[in-house]
Design a binder for this molecule. Structure first.
Ligand code: FES
Length: 70
């Protein structure tokens, strides 16, 4: 899906950039140009950044932290 109409950037490109370390709007803009025109796509860029952040979050059970699991 086309996210940034100004720079013609697809969601897959933004997602890949985020997975490769572009973790902010500014870095995404530098890597692929998304968000560097009118700025209208920035909320969508933020959503993708959040998705990728969630993907990479390590989910650790509280029981594990407490040593309550075998
Ligand atoms: S739509 Fe992305 S900067 Fe305008």
């Amino acid at each position: 899906m086309l996210i940034c109409h100004c720079k013609k950037v697809m969601d897959s490109t933004i997602r890949e950039a985020a997975r490769n370390g572009a973790k902010s709007r500014g870095l995404i803009g530098r890597v692929c140009g998304a968000g560097t025109g009118c700025g209208g796509c920035l909320p969508a860029v933020d959503e993708i950044l959040e998705d990728v952040r969630d993907e990479s979050a390590v989910h650790v059970s509280p029981l594990r932290i407490l040593g309550a699991t075998g």
